[in-house]
Write a protein that binds this ligand. Sequence first.
Ligand code: 5RP
Length: 221
Amino acid sequence: MTQDELKQKVAQAAIEYVVPGTIIGVGTGSTANFFIDELAKIKGSIKGTVASSEATAERLKGHGIPVFDLNSIDEMSVYIDGADEADPGLNLVKGGGGALTREKIVLAVADKFVCIADDSKKVDVLGKFPLPVEVIPMARSYVAREIVKRFGGEPVLREDFTTDNGNVILDIHGLEITDPVAMETELNSIVGVVTNGLFAARNADIFLCGTADGVETITAK
Ligand code: 5RP
């Protein structure tokens, strides 16, 4: 099976977690796109969605799926999104697509987080995938120096990329993240950091992992 076929399988499996009559949070990226296409088939059964990026909002609207402003809703049954890495505790690295801040905000409102990804995203220790950090542009050099001082690694400015919030991304290479909650908290304490791509303080509740043998449903160890 190709990687795209695995992504499609997990997207289909995620439909089971869509609660009829409610608002669903929708992530960003190629796996989330497969999910949006599946959601379109049952769009009449949900109240609507909240999008974690402009790109996702556009795709949802293209299918005629209602997209609400997060400020206009106060309840969300589930948030469904992909990931760049997932460890056995279902702590994630996200933000490969640069939507980490809005993803984290939308997730904060959701009752449940269902992560969907193919099995190439499963790791024992997070950090092989460079950790994205969204930074206010004027703070980028300061933040990069602080990151090296506190954690090591090599922060690299993502070229020709501006987030939906008008900020830049530093991708930190060469980390071995053994305490994701502590690192998430400390990174956020650096002045100028908007968010980082560790989803550990609020991790996934369920990981639908696409494998050659089918979709594995994983809960945190
Ligand atoms: C976007 C993300 C994505 O969920 C992550 O990059 C995975 O993307 P894909 O499904 O294309 O592999 O965090 O900011």
